[in-house]
Design a binder for this molecule. Structure first.
Ligand code: PSV
Ligand code: MN
Length: 412
């Protein structure tokens, strides 16, 4: 343990000096990296699966209270996972007050509440052919009422954000009237928006395909933004990194949304093909860094109300380990973006010096910022290396568990 700390102190001391030499402010960077707040979705705490199967890893939380416990563990180790986002009805609390009190007791906030009109879960009307855009008024009313119920639950829990992702769309040409769908969706969204408390935001998430393969009603950021504008200023766009066609320039989308004040939140994950829901930054850390370079542009960072969440599926790894890795990779991308010499970049851009532009970007990206991320966590009471600390704790728990059963067997 001592050697880890000494090694960290050496690495941090060296990096701190390099940052100062570059004219950067390490203390400010530490604060920004340490204060990042990444919500954990209630649905990511158990092992995920595909339609072909699911292979549990054991020890998964069975109740919402157990999920809160897991988030508290993540937060204790990283100090930046202080909130949980709930999917209703997947994690609908049976006793809202108890959950609110228990979350408070653990020091965990309720992030966004997410409605679910993409599955039939015993309601009177089926969502097979859509929800807020359905041709049948009764289905639309049911979907609107569900969203309002989600808001009521969220209010009682202290949430301030409703997050909507709609599976509405069509799988065959001619199946739908595109404009009719948009009109109906707009009217339904307005009804929901008009019932939101004044301090709430409504986030509209887009996705180009799946579950439908010909058209999705809200396929892209532009459509999400048009619909948000039809509702009002507290309706904003949510970017899920996996909800783009391959090679889409997400950093540019983020810049465009920031430019219009339209960015409401993020679902972080990574993917090779589409909505793979893999660990954040495991495949395209450079793209993630470029996104953070947009997010941390001076004029937008301080004004951003962030709804940042990890939306990944943990099919092979232990969900908590996977989430720790995702948090780490987000913090690293953020830290690297803070290293960017923006003045030098702006000058190079003015002179159309493309090679230099790229070099400036790379200089920051290639700086090993892990010591700063570790230092930021240590200063806020977390662990320098949360993954290894988590593993150590697990080993200790196991030993204690075995000792417990030994003592029981021996009648102690
Ligand atoms: C849809 O693919 C999505 O990204 C939405 O955010 C849902 O709430 C979530 O995944 C469900 O897993
Ligand atoms: Mn999502």
């Amino acid at each position: 343990m001592k050697t880890v700390n000494t090694a960290h102190q050496k690495a941090w001391g060296y990096l701190e000096q390099c940052l100062i030499d570059k004219g950067l402010e390490p203390d400010l960077m530490l604060r920004m990296v340490g204060q990042i707040d990444i919500a954990i979705p209630s649905w990511a705490l158990g092992t995920g699966g595909t339609r072909f199967g699911r292979f549990g890893c054991g020890g998964e939380p069975r109740t919402l209270a157990e999920k809160l416990n897991d988030v508290a563990v993540l937060n204790r180790l990283t100090r930046c996972a202080g909130s949980i986002s709930l999917h209703i009805p997947w994690d609908k609390p049976s006793h809202v007050d108890d959950i609110r009190d228990y979350a408070q007791h653990l020091g965990i906030r309720i992030g966004s509440v997410n409605s679910n009109t993409f599955q039939d879960l015993g309601e009177a009307q089926s969502y097979k052919f859509g929800s807020l855009s359905h041709v049948n008024r009764m289905v639309r009313e049911q979907a609107v009422a569900h969203n309002m119920e989600v808001v009521e639950i969220g209010k009682a829990l202290g949430a301030e954000t409703l997050s909507l992702w709609l599976a509405d769309g069509s799988s065959y040409p001619g199946q739908d009237d595109f404009m009719g769908r948009l009109d109906r969706i707009k009217n339904s969204l307005r009804e929901i928006y008009d019932c939101l408390p004044d301090n709430w935001q409504m986030l509209i998430e887009y996705k180009p395909f799946e579950p439908h393969f010909y058209s999705m009603c809200i396929p892209d950021w532009g459509t999400a933004w048009l619909l948000a504008r039809e509702c009002g200023p507290r309706a904003l766009v949510l970017v899920d990194l996996g909800h783009h066609l391959p090679n889409t320039n997400i950093a540019q989308i983020v810049a465009t949304l920031l430019w219009k004040g339209a960015l409401g939140g993020f679902h972080f994950n990574d993917s090779k093909y589409a909505d793979d829901d893999l660990t954040v930054g495991c495949l395209r850390p450079y793209d993630l860094y470029l996104i953070f370079c947009e997010l941390t542009k001076e004029n937008t960072w301080s004004t951003q109300k962030r709804n940042w969440m990890i939306d990944a599926s943990h099919n092979l790894k232990d969900p908590l380990e996977d989430l720790i890795q995702s948090i780490e990779n987000i913090q690293i991308a953020l830290a690297k973006s803070l290293c960017l010499d923006r003045k030098k970049l702006a000058l190079a851009q003015e002179h159309n010096d493309i090679a230099l532009c790229e070099q400036v970007l790379l200089d920051a990206y290639l700086t090993d910022m892990r010591p700063l991320v570790a230092e930021a966590r240590l200063r806020s009471g977390g662990m320098a290396n949360p993954l290894s600390s988590f593993r150590d704790e697990r080993i200790r728990e196991k030993l204690i568990g075995e000792r417990g059963s030994q003592s029981k067997a021996s009648g102690l």
